[in-house]
Design a binder for this molecule. Structure first.
Ligand code: SIN
Length: 326
């Protein structure tokens, strides 16, 4: 049998509340060994090594904790007896952590991130089944060199593209236009596609031990939005991800502020508040080419990439290349 490391960080999968209920619970309360004990069939799939790294609501996740998580997993996978890793995580910021790990883990071994929408004490909690399937996926030979994968409700997602798309239903994740990497039925794994973008062992960000990240903020555009928001963000950040309307658009006041702040060294990435599509260069909204297009990344994922990119380079063309490749 293979050996899988489960690295627990908290979330609803470790949440407890009133017995049977799905609301008014606290995330990150239960230890991972208690959750594993509730899934006896896991013992037939793999030897498990547990690491209770943190036990937090994922809204408390932050760049320093990402670095601790990534560096810990990079140490764990050096052990030749470990065949794969499963990370348990709250669903609220799981998309960001999945992408961060996808960019910073130096391994070809399977790494699967999962969680739950219902606390462990709910009737029909979804966590045990997700965790069971995540362990099965981490033992699968075809799961090698797929990048970090998200596993929810029988579906395998790529760490780059996974998004939380529903804040209420158990089947809460998707990767929109890119479908999914594959499906699972109980322990069976069926891959149908793979991500084309650079990840894990091939990623430049996985090749050195991370100590800190550049600071990047996100500005959300809406009808009548003032450029003061951009100036305020620029006081504290090296980069700003713009969540524009439509194809990453904004008003003329924002355009003038972006040109001004860009000339002062702030790096801008343009994304969209629209859930699907792609953001390209745009001659009308960005005639001075101040912004790097976020292409298909959500604003929060573009922030993750920009934080990493800025720790390596301040060169606009290099960062643009990174956004094309990752
Ligand atoms: C959290 O993200 O930690 C709470 C919500 C969840 O896991 O679904």
């Amino acid at each position: 049998m293979k050996t899988i490391a489960i690295v627990a960080t908290g979330g609803t999968i470790a949440g407890t509340g009133q017995q049977g209920k799905t609301v008014a619970y606290r995330a990150g309360e239960m230890n991972v060994d208690e959750i594993i004990q509730s899934i006896p069939m896991i013992q037939n799939i793999a030897h498990i090594k547990e690491y209770q790294l943190m036990n937090i609501d994922s809204n408390e996740m932050n760049p320093q904790r990402w670095i601790v998580l990534s560096n810990t997993i990079n140490e764990i996978v050096k052990d030749e007896h470990i065949d794969g890793v499963v990370v348990t995580h709250g669903t609220d910021t799981l998309d960001e952590t999945a992408y961060f790990l996808n960019l910073t883990l130096h391994t070809e071994k399977p790494v699967v991130i999962t969680g739950a929408m219902r606390p462990a004490t709910a009737t029909s909690a979804d966590g045990p089944y997700n965790l069971y399937q995540a362990v099965c996926l981490a033992t699968h030979n075809e799961a090698w060199h797929q990048g970090v994968m998200g596993l929810f409700s029988n579906t395998i997602y790529s760490g780059r593209d996974i998004q939380k798309v529903n804040n209420y239903k158990v089947d809460a994740f998707d990767q929109k236009a890119f479908g999914c990497l594959g499906y699972m039925q109980d322990h069976e794994v069926y891959f149908f596609s793979r991500t084309f973008k650079i990840h894990t062992i091939d990623s430049m960000f996985s090749k050195r031990v991370l100590k800190d990240l550049s600071s990047v903020g996100i500005a959300y555009f809406y009808a009548g939005a003032s450029s003061q928001l951009l100036y305020d963000l620029a006081k504290f950040h090296h980069g700003i991800v713009l969540t524009g309307s439509g194809s990453g658009n904004y008003n003329r006041e924002w355009m003038r502020a972006i040109e001004d702040l860009s000339s002062q060294g702030i790096v801008f990435v343009r994304c969209s508040r629209v859930a699907q599509g792609i953001v390209f260069d745009d001659e009308i909204f960005d005639p001075q080419h101040c912004c790097i297009p976020g292409n298909t990344l959500t604003p929060q994922k573009a922030r993750v990439l920009l934080m990493l990119a800025l720790t390596y380079s301040l060169n606009h063309d290099e960062i643009r290349k990174i956004f094309n490749e990752y």
